[in-house]
Design a protein around this ligand. Structure first.
Ligand code: 5AD
Ligand code: SF4
Length: 442
């Protein structure tokens, strides 16, 4: 039996690219394995957003190149953003890589493996703008949730970020193709889709003579029978206008969660980052969103220790977090990316200072998360059941807000269950299923 092993770093976009490669190769008779030593094809799908992720890619590939020496038939695919960044150069650093695959060429993995077999290594990192770069064979390996790419790339050039150089400029996928894919997924048992893109709020499809925005796309997806929930990530704060806010009220399937990365709570730092908004503008939009959708959960990203960040800037960020009322935040130590402009800035912040500020920020947010979770004890939450939880005898699902709920009682995978919340931890809610016999409530 032909086997494929995949190792993935980075964002949901990369996770989905790995799923797409697996689905394509399963069409060629490959079965997934979690043991690289059994695999005929090993894929390392890399991320370049921070230096640490990039280093992990190199140490993995080093391991597999060694493994290949003992298993000469094995083929190695180096894909993702580090592959895009390094291109052919990676071949002279590591001998034994068969395919170097950029993110816009994921859909070609099978052809590239074929030609690599014939003619040494294949390098495919030329940015590819065609619509089939989004193509994904619909193969549901039993899940309730699925990702669907709606756009890729970024036109913003925030000064810390390497993404526009590696994933390229924004390209939107045609609405028709998105709808077809979602319908096929629903036909295969999927109940929730997450629309993916670096800037989903810039989504635009003008191909059928209409200017189709994310709002319009959501309106079409909302009508798909059998689809229960729609999520989308990532949104850019500058795009959070009244029309987009209205989508939460207008379309019942759009989940009450928005990931809206702010990156810093200091206007001086935001200017240096070239984010294109002020803290005041962000807070105004957030206020409108919360007024229109009171039960919305908002999450955010922060970069701590951007070059020249002072204690005052840091205090502004902590204060910002206290005021924003986020459900949760993802905070990262600033990492120099050679392609990004901020790497040229002087006045880098010392690693120990960055570490302290990060701890500081995370502990403030943890208090706020606990506060929000504590306020949910005693409420009944509608949860889309995803399957068994890690602990025996419990099941797991998520609320519309994206909060994880572990619960006791029996419910069908894919059903919506009413759970009375009795307790919480730092990252999940706990409760008991209240549906009669825990069966599907539709
Ligand atoms: N250093 C640290 N974090 C970064 N991010 C993007 N670029 C960098 C960098 N150079 C973070 C941002 C972004 C998330 C995906 O990764 O917070 O929202
Ligand atoms: Fe990077 Fe900024 Fe684009 Fe996000 S919006 S991908 S942070 S350049």
């Amino acid at each position: 039996m032909k086997k494929v092993y995949v190792e993935t770093y980075g964002c949901q976009m990369n996770e989905h690219d790995s799923e797409r490669m697996l689905a394509i190769l399963s069409g060629r008779g490959y079965l997934r394995t979690d043991r690289p030593e059994d695999a005929g094809v090993v894929i390392v799908n890399t991320c370049s957003v921070r230096g640490k992720a990039e280093q992990k890619a190199y140490s993995s590939i080093g391991r597999y190149v060694e493994l290949k020496k003992r298993r000469p038939g094995m083929r190695i695919v180096f894909s993702g953003c580090v592959a895009q960044q390094e291109g052919e150069a990676i071949l002279s650093r590591f001998e034994g890589i068969d395919v170097v695959l950029g993110p816009s060429r994921v859909h070609m993995i099978d052809e590239l493996l074929d030609t690599a077999g014939l003619a040494g290594s294949s390098v495919a990192v030329e940015p590819y703008g065609g619509q089939d770069r989004f193509r994904s064979p619909v193969k549901n390996f039993g899940g309730v949730k699925a990702y669907v790419t709606i756009m890729e790339g970024c036109d913003h050039f925030c000064t810390y970020c390497t993404v526009p150089y590696l994933r390229g400029r924004e390209v939107s996928r045609r609405a028709r193709e998105i709808i077809d894919e979602v319908e096929a997924l629903v036909g295969s048992g999927v109940r929730e889709v997450t629309l993916l893109g670096q800037n989903v709020t810039s989504y635009r499809d003008a191909s059928e003579g209409r200017d189709m925005t994310l709002y319009y796309l959501l309106s079409l997806l909302n009508d798909i029978r059998g689809l229960e929930r729609i999520r989308f990530i990532t949104s850019h704060p500058k795009d959070l206008d009244e029309r987009l806010i209205a989508a939460f009220a207008d379309f019942g399937k759009v989940c009450r969660h928005m990931h809206l990365p702010v990156q810093s709570g200091s206007d001086r730092v935001l200017r240096l980052m070239a984010r294109g908004y002020t803290t005041q503008a962000y807070m105004n939009s957030l206020g409108k969103l919360r007024k229109a959708v009171p039960d919305i959960a908002v999450t955010s990203d922060f970069i701590v220790g951007f070059p020249s960040e002072t204690e005052d800037d840091h205090r502004d960020t902590v204060l910002f977090v206290k005021n924003a009322g986020y459900d949760n935040i993802f905070s990262f130590k600033y990492s120099d990316r050679p392609l990004a402009r901020a790497s040229k800035l002087e006045d880098k912040v010392q690693p120990d200072v960055i570490a302290r500020r990060l701890r500081d920020l995370q502990s403030v947010q943890l208090g706020l998360t606990r506060y929000i979770y504590a306020s949910l004890v005693g409420t009944t939450q509608r949860v889309l059941v995803e399957g068994n939880s890690k602990r025996q005898g419990r099941m797991q699902g998520r609320t519309s807000q994206g909060r994880i709920v572990n619960f006791e009682g029996v419910a069908d995978k894919g059903a919506v269950a009413d759970i009375v919340i009795g307790d919480y931890s730092d990252n999940a809610l706990y409760g008991r299923c209240m549906n009669r016999e825990g069966r599907d409530v539709h």
